[in-house]
Design a protein around this ligand. Sequence first.
Ligand SMILES: [Zn+2]
Ligand SMILES: [Zn+2]
Length: 234
Amino acid sequence: MISTLIDLLYPHRCPVCHGIVSSKGQLVCPGCRGKLSYVTEPVCKKCGKEVDDDKEEYCPGCRKRMPGFRRQIALFNYNEAVKSSMMKFKYNNKREYADFYIEELLRLHGRDLQEMRIQAIVPVPVHSSRRRERGYNQSEVLARRLGRRLKIPVYPHALIRTRKTLPQKGLGSAGRLHNLEKAISWGRCARLPGTVLLIDDIYTTGATMEACARALKKAGVREIYCVSICIGEI
Ligand SMILES: [Zn+2]
Ligand SMILES: [Zn+2]
């Protein structure tokens, strides 16, 4: 009864077509789920991106520059449906879409996450001016939702973006990473435990995640795992 009332008052919006989900208790329309591209095996053992052949241990990107984190789980491949969903989540205050992303993450990768024995969750930071503009950091919304579901503490200020990143276009991968390393640093917060999960909405070149992982390592974190809701070229 109460849940019916809540459904009536706050109907779930579908993260794909952005309409109201008609099936009771569902977070996505049945037809819309099929428009999303889920990451499937074989995947890169480091960043979780799909690879063509299961004999390939790592994707070309990771072979070129091996990330410093232990490994990553990625939920969706970047396609048009995912792109539109992510844009609304990030810029149009559709924070509720995090519910769907996190439930899908747990449904498909819950066991993997348990095996990581994560002790803390840290979101990838955005610059404070950007946070003011949008009213929230989308990665923090994801972190809080996941933290609540797994009962793991979230440290939203463990990492801070001290400056807006300079334009990355035209820079090689080393230049991008260097830029980001200067922009992301350890924030003022209590000491973190030894095993930390970093979470972000999108993983493209991996430079942002790598800069975050390096900042956590400098702060003494031993094991770093990552989650990205989607992965691929924008
Ligand atoms: Zn829909
Ligand atoms: Zn990879």
